[in-house]
Design a protein around this ligand. Structure first.
Ligand code: ADP
Ligand code: MG
Length: 157
């Protein structure tokens, strides 16, 4: 299957937040965004901006211990952080498949690359890498399915 990609560089956290907020404002139900990148890359920061764009007013925190948090915005938002999950069969126990594939919410999954076979399709993968400068980040988006509001918004940039 073909894969489409889109790259953006940001130089400050605020720039990443602004991009995320704009994309969150465009996201539709059933969108799954898989976030990949080292600790401190900006996965949670991006999720916070994205949720704000979706109309979430509550504070979004990393669900590292809870593994999953849900928020109510214009659409329900489900935020997973799989960092501490050790085995793929635990995904079932935490209700991952039910929530990730319910089609009515927007789903963000940090450390999604730990369990590549478990991810819903289609989804958008966002890989965040540090650049040379302290606050420089390279955001690389990938998808197999270009027909989504999020992908269209991304390309409008
Ligand atoms: N351009 C940038 N984009 C995103 N975060 C940045 C950027 N520059 C610096 N940062 C900082 O990097 C950190 C990212 O942390 P966080 O989002 O918790 O990472 P992760 O969830 O990937 O472990 C934050 O402290 C943020 O302020
Ligand atoms: Mg995080």
């Amino acid at each position: 299957m073909g894969e489409f990609s889109f790259m953006i560089e940001t130089c400050t956290p605020e720039e990443t937040t602004a991009l995320a907020e704009r994309l969150g404002a465009a996201a539709e139900a059933g969108t799954v965004l898989c976030l990949v990148g080292n600790l401190g890359a900006g996965k949670t920061l991006f999720t916070q901006g994205f949720a704000r764009g979706l109309g979430v007013t509550e504070d979004v925190t990393s669900p590292t211990f809870a593994l999953m948090n849900q928020y109510r915005g214009r659409l329900p938002v489900t935020h997973f952080d799989l960092y501490r999950l050790e085995r793929e069969d635990e995904l079932d126990e935490i209700g991952f498949y039910e929530y990730a594939e319910d089609g009515r919410s927007v789903v963000l999954i940090e450390w999604a690359d730990k369990f590549p076979d478990a991810l819903p399709t289609p989804h958008i993968r966002l890989e965040i890498e540090r650049g040379e400068a302290e606050n420089e980040r390279r955001l690389a988006f990938f998808t197999t399915e270009e027909e989504s509001a999020l992908w269209r918004a991304l390309k409008e940039k």
